[in-house]
Design a protein around this ligand. Structure first.
Ligand code: 5GP
Length: 116
């Protein structure tokens, strides 16, 4: 069941995570294997498996995810230097957890988006 993703269990408080923000629509927590000094995941509280599954009725939560990412970046002190937000979608996008999540990455120069 999609409700049983590892991130849904974090949202429900069933498994521990370093939660940095939560509200009625989204929860943000630190990635367990960070690839940058700041690596926060922002997820919808209600499971949307992938970005490709989002519908018009999800526009509020999608917008909230981006705004919360910017607020967390400001709070982490990385907004001035800049940061990256990223969503991996399905197989070719390299998505591992099928619960939509936005990666907020920063705290060091991140280089080009992908190796060519
Ligand atoms: P994806 O490749 O699906 O875009 O990213 C999944 C991310 O979730 C990875 O960066 C991985 O390190 C992170 N992750 C996987 N399992 C857990 C977990 O149980 N807790 C936390 N905090 N992060 C996790």
């Amino acid at each position: 069941m999609p409700e049983d993703t590892i991130f849904a269990r974090i949202v429900r408080g069933e498994i521990p995570a370093d939660i940095v923000y939560r509200d009625d629509l989204v929860t943000a927590f630190r990635d367990i294997h960070p690839i940058a000094p700041t690596h926060v995941l922002i997820v919808p509280n209600r499971v949307i498996p992938t970005l490709a599954d989002a519908t018009a009725s999800d526009e509020a939560v999608l917008g909230r995810m981006l705004r919360v990412a910017a607020d967390i970046a400001a709070g982490e002190g990385i907004a001035q230097d800049g940061y990256r937000v990223m969503i991996n979608c399905r197989d070719h996008g390299g998505q591992e957890v099928y619960h939509l999540h936005l990666h907020l990455l920063g705290g060091r120069p991140l280089g080009p988006m992908m190796r060519r």
